[in-house]
Structures are given as structure tokens and as C-alpha cells.
Design a protein around this ligand. Sequence first.
Ligand code: PMP
Length: 429
Amino acid sequence: MNNNNELMFQPFPAPAKDIEIGKIRSDFPILSRSVHGRPLVYLDNGATTQKPRCVVDAMTDEYMNVNSNVHRGVHYLSQQATELHEQARETVRKFINARSTTEVVFTRGTTESINLVASSFIQAFINDGDEIILTEMEHHSNIVPWQLAQARRSFKIKVCPITDEGRLDLEALEQLFTSRTRLLSLTAVSNVLGTVNPVADIIHIAHAHNVPVLVDAAQAAPHLSIDVQAIDCDFLAFSGHKVYGPTGIGVLYGKEHLLEKMPPYMGGGEMIGKVSFEHTTFNSLPFKFEAGTPDYVATTGLARALEYVTAIGIPAIQAHERDLTRYAVERLREIPGMRIFGHPSFPVQTEKCEDGAVISFLVGKIHHLDLGTLLDQLGIAVRTGHHCAEPLMHRLGIEGTVRASFALYNTKEEVDALVEGIDRVIKMF
Ligand code: PMP
């Protein structure tokens, strides 16, 4: 079963060329600014990544030279904009290796993608008394949409627990499947623990029970190769802004035979076939799910971002970030009173390192908000709080953490700055 897993969310990539960090950093103008009089150390990439100049330039160029509404016009600009928009869909298709662009729906982001499935899938496939499975490490955007959908159908939400090490308890997961289970929806990578779930194995288990699987790839897309055919997921969602693209654009991949049976999520222009007051028919896939004017400039930006990471190479990015994460965990562990959540496999070198570039921690009795605020004074941007994962915080018995999350442009010097910053804060307390 593991073979499939390695095909896609490859935790231990093939040797890759080193990334040219100086050149990469110069692609991101924001990285050279200062904050509170100090060089910016941006370690909040799990929340959003910075944008390379090529993404901003592509979007500026489209607004300056092409701008026109897509899919509707016979005139030159509209056709050119439509071409860029549909080329972007093809770029996304390639990035996730979908069979066809009919399976690539543009949304506003992971949240909207999951809401779309929660709304439309349950109408098509879920009856009162059915069940779905989520996990204890989900982001609120993979919990609340399902709770909202319970107003439409009275289905039950079952929750797969995590182990004390921050891994999904796969034995417990097996026990949750019944003849009433209609869907499993889980994150590929925890935005708090950094845990990389063995999604291919899990999908294999779910399919053995005839249960389709939605993968929340918000934290996977910037770091791991995605191959929807290799893992055989039924749905997959990710956000442009976490993968060096613009805000307000995201993707829902869905298998065609499922999307075909699902009713539209929103009504409006573009998603229709014929409209009359008596009867309306709907457009073909993927347009059935894309009501209204899409953010066609953002799709161009997203495509440019995906091309950018593809040119550097996900294996190279992954190797760099794994190195950085390992270094960070080792250095953070030297700090007295340090408590890191997840990352049990560090610093042990394993053939299969299953932790991503996200590190959540607490130090002694220092409140996470105080630590984050004081680090900010040193120019270090980290996230604090519950990270939109309150059920996980309850499981860990805490209210929140400080979270450092890395991207392809981060360096060991920045990790050192974080460690020195934490040392300074400790001395102040
Ligand atoms: N799922 C996970 C695992 C996330 O980390 C996030 C963003 N923090 C989301 C979903 C939601 O993404 P967005 O806000 O871009 O829709």
C-alpha cells in the first residue's frame, strides 16, 4: 500500500538539485523589507505565502493589457482573457495530474471548495441517518461546512482520533466505517502539527469500504507533489495564496462521475444552459460550478505561481524545507521549557520522514500571544492562537501555540533568528 503513497505525497523525495536560495529570495520583493527596524523574518507561510514578482507582473500585465470579462465576448480582448483563463485551468490540471480540465473547478479557495462539496455532495449522495468521517486534526473549514450541511440532512459526523504523537490513529479509523458511511474528508498535512498523513493508504482503506475521499490539500500543495490519479482521491481542494499565488482563488478537483451527479452550488451567469422562469438547465463541467464572473486575473496569477514552483521543482523545495524543518526542530529543542507538538520523527533520520514544514510550540509558561508579539518586535512573523483547529487544541489540552511555518525562500539564518528571538523573550520573563 505504501507504494502508492510514495507516488504522490512523497515524504522522502528523490535527490533533487539544490535550490538557489539567493536567487529565489530576490524573486520575492517583500523579503527585503524591514519590520520594526529589523530585517523581516517571515515564518507565517502556513497562513499565506509571499508572491514572486512574476506572479504580480503577470496579473498587472493582464489588467493593463488584456482585461475583459471571460467566456462571453466575441471581441478580441474577451477571447484573449478567456484563453488565459482556460490555459490556467490546464496548468492546474497538469499540476495535480487530473485526467481532464472538466474536473478542475475554480473556487475562491480551499474553504469554498469544501463548502461546495459539503453542499452539493450531501444533496446528491447523503440521506438522513448516513455518516461521514472527519479527523481530529482538521481545520475549521473542514468541520463547519459539514455541520452547516447537517441542517439539510441529518447525517452523523464521526471523528478519527489522533495518537499522542500527533498521527492519525489508523486502527481507530478502520473501526469508524459502517454501511452508512458516505464520505471521508481529511487534511493531507496538518496546519498545526505538520503531520503528513498517508493519504494514499487511507484512500485505499476508504475505497475498500466504497467510501469516497475528499483531501484538503491546503497545506500540501506548496510542499508536496500532488497526483490525484495516483492517490485516486475523489475530491481535492487547495488555495492559490498558500502556493505563492494570489488570494481569492482556489481549486476543487472532483472526479467527473461525482461532479456530474452533484447539483450546482450557486446559481447565476455562466453556470446555466438555458434559463426560463419555468425551467433552467445547467452548463457542462466544470462551468456548472462556476456561477458569475470568475477572478480571471487571479487564475492567471495562480498559473504563473504553479509554473514557478514547478520550474524550481517540488522535490527540490521539499528537500530544502525538510532540511530546514529538521534544523529548526533540533535547534528549538535546545531551548529550556520548549514543548513542540507533533514531529516525533525528528531528529531521527528515517527513510520516510512524515512531518511537514510547520512547527507548533509553547515555551514554559509564556503565553503564545506574548511570545508572538515580542517576536514581532524583532521582525519575526509567526502565527499564534488556535490556528482554526480548536478541536485539535482541545485534544492537546491547550488554548493555542506559536507556529513557525516555512517556505522555499526561508533559510537556516532565519531559523537562528527565531531561536535567538525566543531566547531573548525567555530572558525578559
Ligand atoms: N485547510 C487547511 C489545512 C488550512 O491550513 C487552511 C488555511 N489555514 C484552510 C483549509 C483554509 O484555507 P483558505 O482560508 O485559503 O480557504
